[in-house]
Design a protein around this ligand. Structure first.
Ligand code: SF4
Length: 404
């Protein structure tokens, strides 16, 4: 592949120090693109304030839950963190060490999204900066190419479901909308139909992980396929590094989905991690929506019982095939489709590694010197201490070599 070859050539001819200082234009375009659409609904109440709506798929139409009230998103930074600026407070590494809390607690997150984990595969340090400096991340989500990706996803979703707005009054309401969506989608899957934006969640490595599967459908052989849409600004396949993070993403979706349909997901796991109250009654709009789709539940706990029962006894098959479709943003044409082999040991070992950071068992890592080209496209390159330390290390090595 062109990108791989050129990167390899650069590594052989230049020193590490020179590699860190390389110009963007020296790299092929398939290395350049790592502007991916944000998952607007992943986690529903995820890291960005934009994720305050969810779509309900019903055979009567679709609902979009709008979060009202003062509920803070579980994965958003706490108020004190939002008010602090690492750039004004000296070394980020020093500050993090002094803090003493594990990263999940420090960011006030109750769970990780699958997108967090797949972005970690690209650069873990970048995920940390994204959490510490959300205003920079949000600026990126405003850029046209990212918006175009989101529009394509929405257009696909609207092919199979409409959107109906529902006002939610509590965090339990918000998750209730997600659960009601899930109940409808289970019925569609049982009937052999295609569903889009399927919510998946379960505890992995002691951390609650939440995701949204782009599409589940049956192929001509009746096997269940999990499909992920990736949009691209150029009509090219992504680099190997990007594809690795995509492979991890769809593999985690499969793990989560299958834990749910095999009855491994427990009510206590959900309420414990998300700190949701089972006795919480629904707000008026959620209650009306539940009744309109045929469910006579009045508390969040009742709904959870119903969902878990349906998941376990619906006899939905396991996922046979993982597919990633790459689409060109400008005209929505398909660049190509990749079938991803599911390597259970690999994905579990990656998860152990990435989760160990969130549990405070090790420090965050930036990219290795061989992948220093990623830094050239990173919003945090100017402030990145990892990058700086690698550049200094490379300079020291160079000097030592020259003095021999
Ligand atoms: S500058 Fe490089 S190492 Fe630092 S966060 Fe960005 S990609 Fe990661």
């Amino acid at each position: 592949m062109m990108g791989t070859d050129l990167t390899g050539m650069v590594q052989r001819e230049l020193s590490d120090e020179e590699l860190l200082a390389l110009d963007l234009d020296l790299f092929p375009t398939d290395c350049v693109e790592f502007i991916e659409k944000p998952k607007p609904c992943e986690g529903g109440d995820g890291h960005t304030s934009s994720r305050t709506t969810e779509s309900c798929c019903t055979d009567q139409g679709t609902a979009e839950a709008t979060c009202s009230g003062n509920e803070q998103s579980p994965n958003q930074p706490t108020t004190s963190e939002q008010g602090s600026d690492p750039l004004c407070e000296g070394s980020g590494t020093k500050r993090r060490k002094q803090d003493g809390r594990i990263p999940l607690e420090r960011f006030g997150w109750k769970y990780l999204t699958v997108t967090d984990l797949s972005r970690q595969a690209w650069c873990e340090q970048q995920v940390v900066y994204g959490a510490e400096l959300p205003h920079i991340k949000e600026l990126r989500e405003d850029i046209p190419v990212v918006k175009a990706g989101s529009c394509l996803h929405l257009a696909r979703e609207l092919e199979v479901q409409d959107i109906v707005p529902i006002t939610v009054e509590s965090r339990e309401d918000k998750w209730a909308v997600k659960m009601l969506n899930l109940l409808s989608m289970i019925q569609f899957l049982q009937a052999g139909e295609r569903v889009r934006e399927f919510p998946v969640f379960e505890e992995l490595e002691g951390i609650f992980v939440v995701g949204v599967v782009d599409e589940l459908c049956y192929n001509s052989k009746g096997e269940l396929e999990l499909r992920e849409l990736k949009t691209r600004g150029n009509r090219t396949y992504p680099s190997a590094a990007q594809r690795k993070s995509h492979h991890l993403q769809v593999s985690i979706y499969k793990l989560l989905f299958e834990a749910m349909i095999k009855g491994q997901l427990k009510k206590d796991t959900i309420t414990h991690h998300l700190r949701l109250r089972t006795e919480q009654p629904f707000g008026s709009e959620v209650l009306a929506h539940a009744q309109s789709v045929g469910y006579t539940v009045s508390t969040f706990g009742d709904l959870l019982d119903l969902v878990l029962l349906n998941l376990t006894y619906a006899e939905i098959p396991t996922v046979d095939t993982l597919k990633i479709e790459y689409c060109y943003q400008a005209d929505a044409s398909v660049i190509g489709t990749e079938v991803v082999p599911f390597e259970e040991e690999w994905v579990k070992s990656e998860l152990r590694h990435y989760c160990s950071f969130w549990k405070g068992q090790r420090e965050a890592r930036g990219v290795d010197i061989e992948e220093a080209w990623k830094c050239r496209y990173c919003d945090f390159a100017d402030i990145c201490e990892w990058r700086q330390s690698k550049a200094e290390e490379a300079t020291r090595k160079n000097r030592a070599n020259q003095s021999k």
